[in-house]
Design a protein around this ligand. Sequence first.
Ligand SMILES: Cc1ncc(COP(=O)(O)O)c(C=O)c1O
Length: 486
Amino acid sequence: MPRTLSLRCIGLSHRRCRCLLSTLAREEPARPLVHTLVPGPRSLELARELQEVSEGRTVQFFHDPHKSFGNYVADVDGNLLLDAFCFIASLPLGYNHPNLVEAAQSPAWLPHLAQRPALGYSAPPEWVHTLRTKILSVAPQGLANVQMTCGCGASAVENALKAAFIRKRALERGDVNPTTAELDSCMRNSEPGSPNSMAVVSFEHAFHGRLFGSLSTTRSKSIHKVDIPAFGNWPVLPFPKDEQDEARCLDLVDKTLSEQRVAALIVEPILSEGGDLHASPAFFRGLRELTRHYQVAMVCDEVQTGVGATGRFWAHEHWSEGLEKTGQGVGTGAAELAPDMVTFAKKMQASGFFFKPEFLPPQAFRIYSTWSGDPLRALQASVIIDTIVADHLVERVHSVGDYLIHALADLNHPLVERIRGRGTFIAFDLPSPAQRDHLLGEMRNQGVLVGSSGDKTVRLRPALIFDKHHADILLDILARVLRHMP
Ligand SMILES: Cc1ncc(COP(=O)(O)O)c(C=O)c1O
């Protein structure tokens, strides 16, 4: 008789497991509790030790996963910090959400903890069900397929770009099957099999990852790119400075797509790492029209913007705004505005991309890796999706974000410039990079974590469970820090 795996099977008695779980924090403090500077002495010591064996310089502080709960992260120095950055925008439900903690103890998760399968080779029977009823339940309209990838956003982006190249070459040659000359020449990395003159278009200040292919589309900071070979002919185009600049930028996209051999255009709905740069829904609709016209795949990179934080499940859902008013809405459904592919990672806690069926490669093994996803992370994503729906978290983000952005404006502080955002995906600038960095450090020392992006931007990336009273605490501490800015 087959037996369900028990905790005992992986070496933990039920009592010990319950005991470990009982050490998890279960409630938030009323306010941040700070006893040391952040990072404190224990964090600094661990960072020094980490640097001896790996990269420790990027670690801001060491957290205590057992004592963190809800919107509060505990650090190893005993501080409890209100977290409005959430592991670089990647925690949808905060820390140790009861639904996730409970699900993690279910027998369904156990075998996937014990081993990670090579899903492209052999998948567990419930895999189809998980994809169909959970992951695809949040698929953007018109994108009926999903490919899960290794876990990071860059792996989602790179596989989506590969799918775009495969599709574009099939269209060019008028046949899904490569020729013998192509199969031979690709083994020497040469044309025609390796279409080296075919490009991906991305925008100035964009960030799409740091792996070899995605890095060529990333344009946020030179330190990410320097010393690494790049796809030299992949064009970078200006992202609109403001609404008046959008027609010029669209003209340049038009010119580039008409003159060059382009497989894909990749764009974030809000250029996040680059400094929270926004453009109007009409600009993105313009990109959609041009890419469709030139048969260029439009890849919308929702690694950072996706999963509720902008007040819609996917940020590109905002692109239909304004259509109703102008009457252009007639015949312009969400499916028509939808990009060809949408990448996700971060808040899904699993990575991959949704795509239109025509982007499924005509041959097997072309979009593939050993893991090809992870059942454990897919189960985690399922609980996240269920919780977001059951607790109406996207609606909550919408109203909390509205409250927060107005309250920020009401601070009316001369150092707080260009307040912008959607939902709780909010940012503002300080006059200089030095002032921004000073503000971030002081806020952290007073118990609130926010992030940086671009040159002088402060970005807020709270969990979807961030509430108005958390916003009040953040605003109170921000106001206090601003009062003492040099
Ligand atoms: C829009 C976007 N795309 C891709 C990535 C890369 O994701 P990862 O760091 O998980 O590879 C990021 C990471 O910040 C991102 O913001």
